[in-house]
Write a protein that binds this ligand. Structure first.
Ligand code: FO1
Length: 308
């Protein structure tokens, strides 16, 4: 059994590769929930939904969010009524958010709602929210403080980042099953997700971080940064904003004490010595997952390095 810490893009691509070698029941995903937000009364959990849609074979893999071939009639009606439309909820996607919102309103937890959605699609990978407690990412910028979705989706991640706040993180407890899955895993993977706002909140839950520090199996991370920039998303701007070097070394420094080995791109071999100085082993290979075969090859190497 392996546990993968995941945001909404890079780590999920790796999961697609891993599922060529592992039974879905042997994979647990601990998913960031600090991007979650309420939108027109709906509780949206983007990274969980992307994981569910991917594993259900429904994901729009071009955008890497939402459902492929979805329509947007609900959104255009809402726009007509004067609501903002910068966050695009598709018509089929809407049912997911509504179902989750109804369950939460009835007093069920985010874990319960996630289970219910997974059951509806017969998903056998275990998808666990990092926490059932409310944690919210805000990005401090030169233009003001914004919810992560406003920073990234509405404002296109273009403002100069001055800092990142995970509101509620001090009190957040791991969701049921999270620490247990870390403890019984044969290997831990931190996927190539954004280390600041995707993996950062997961590690910000102190009991999760402690469990990862203590576990006695190999912990591998795949760098989401190649050269001086992210493979995708806002990681570069965010790392800079929190004062961390935008490089595989910067990523490794964030994960010091949590990982044993980092996969970096073959083109970044020059960083090896500095990273090894942190007590982290370096494995250089092609880490870009453009095609299906890239995902399979990378997943195979990760499995080999974990000796699973
Ligand atoms: N990302 C966008 O860039 N634009 C959108 O309109 C958008 C809508 C959306 C709706 C549901 C959902 O689950 C995710 C959605 N995302 C959208 C993706 C998402 O908000 C972010 O990319 C993630 O939070 C980053 O992990």
């Amino acid at each position: 059994m392996i546990t993968v810490l995941s945001g909404g893009t890079g780590s999920l691509k790796l999961i697609q590769g891993l599922l060529n070698f592992m039974k879905p029941e042997e994979v647990t995903l601990i998913v960031n929930t600090a991007d979650d937000f309420e939108w027109q009364g709906l509780y949206i959990s983007p990274d969980i939904d992307t994981a569910i849609y991917l594993l259900a074979g429904l994901l729009d893999e071009n955008r890497f969010w939402g459902i492929k071939d979805d329509t947007f009639h609900f959104l255009s009606m809402m726009k007509r009524y004067g609501y903002p439309d910068w966050f695009s909820i598709g018509d089929r996607d809407l049912a997911t958010h509504l179902h989750r919102t109804i369950l939460l309103k009835k007093g069920y937890t985010l874990s319960d709602a996630t289970n219910s959605l997974c059951k509806a699609f017969n998903i056998r990978v275990k998808i666990l929210p990092m926490s059932n407690d409310k944690v919210t990412t805000f990005v401090k910028t030169d233009k003001g403080k914004f919810h992560f979705q406003e920073f990234w989706v509405k404002r296109k991640g273009e403002d100069k980042v001055l800092g990142v706040i995970f509101e509620g993180i001090e009190k957040a407890k791991p969701a049921p099953g999270v620490v247990e899955s870390i403890k019984k895993s044969e290997g831990i993977i931190i996927g190539p997700s954004n280390p600041v706002t995707s993996i950062g909140p997961i590690l910000g839950v102190s009991q999760i971080k402690k469990a990862l520090e203590r576990v006695n199996v190999k912990r591998i991370c795949i760098s989401p940064i190649i050269g001086g920039g992210p493979v995708s998303g806002p990681a570069g701007n965010l790392l800079r904003g929190i004062g961390v070097e935008v490089s595989p070394f910067g990523v490794a420094s964030i994960y010091q004490g949590i990982i044993d080995e980092i996969f970096i791109d073959a083109s970044d071999q020059a960083f090896t010595e500095r990273i090894e100085g942190l007590g982290i082993n370096v494995f250089c290979t092609n880490i870009v997952m453009r095609m299906e075969e890239d995902k399979v090859n990378l997943a195979k190497l990760v499995m080999e390095r974990m000796k699973i």
